[in-house]
Design a protein around this ligand. Structure first.
Ligand code: ZN
Length: 233
């Protein structure tokens, strides 16, 4: 803990004074972050560092396995963070960011590791579809390390699907007011792979190229088709 205390002291004495005007403005005017990022709680995955974001720029929700439980009436921390970001803050981009060497994904692949952690085991059921996809649809011969990486990538897509079950997100997608992004951070290389929904794969970003997105909004028709119109087609 000594290092953390030194960090607080250094922030207060050296970092904050250089940015005090920004902090004062944020305190006075409130936050207006440009995106909501749902990432793993892993200490090696630092959303603000990866994106080089400053105070007030990124609304972050972190948990084991960067999971978004499907919408349900029972209250939950992740659901509340999503609703607040979308409805109150008007965030227009939501990123689900997975990563390499994820302990949660290792647990999914090796359930015996989860035996002493019943809460983690129950939480990871929200990722079980990712595990099933890799077990059933990927080659059976892939090595354990690659299997865990594949599960982590598929998990990003499963959580994006879950995001769409949240009424606040579904409504904004239908008004074309929100875009969903799937990212994957490689700890070893520092690369961030981005899911391209059109190509259905993770790709490396190239500077100057438009950012691929996973799910774009759509414009719903302003007039509900009548039964007669549907029959005529
Ligand atoms: Zn993780």
């Amino acid at each position: 803990m000594g290092d953390l205390l030194k960090g607080i002291s250094s922030f207060r004495g050296a970092v904050f004074p250089d940015n005090s005007a920004l902090y004062e403005k944020l305190a006075r005017e409130g936050q207006s972050p440009q995106a909501l990022m749902i990432s793993c709680a892993d200490s090696r995955v630092m959303p603000e560092t990866i994106t080089q974001s400053g105070p007030g720029e990124l609304f972050v929700c972190r948990n084991a396995g960067n999971i978004v439980p499907p919408f349900q009436t029972m209250n939950g921390g992740v659901s509340s963070a999503i609703e607040y970001a979308v409805v109150a803050l008007g965030v227009r981009d939501i990123i689900v960011c997975g990563h390499s060497d994820c302990g949660a994904m290792k647990g999914l692949c090796h359930p015996e590791l989860l035996e002493p952690m019943p809460n983690v085991a129950a939480w990871l059921k929200h990722s079980h579809a990712a595990y099933s996809i890799v077990c059933e649809a990927y080659p059976k011969t892939i090595e354990d390390r690659d299997r865990i990486r594949a599960v982590a990538m598929e998990n990003v897509l499963v959580q994006l699907d879950h995001l769409r079950t949240h009424p606040s997100v579904a409504a904004k997608l239908a008004r074309n007011e929100v875009t969903l992004h799937g990212w994957f951070f490689d700890i070893e290389t520092g690369n961030v792979l981005i899911y391209d929904g059109t190509a259905s794969r993770f790709i490396e970003i190239e500077e100057g190229h438009p950012l691929p997105v996973a799910v774009t909004g759509r414009e719903v028709p302003h007039v509900v088709p009548t039964l007669a119109a549907i029959t005529a087609e």
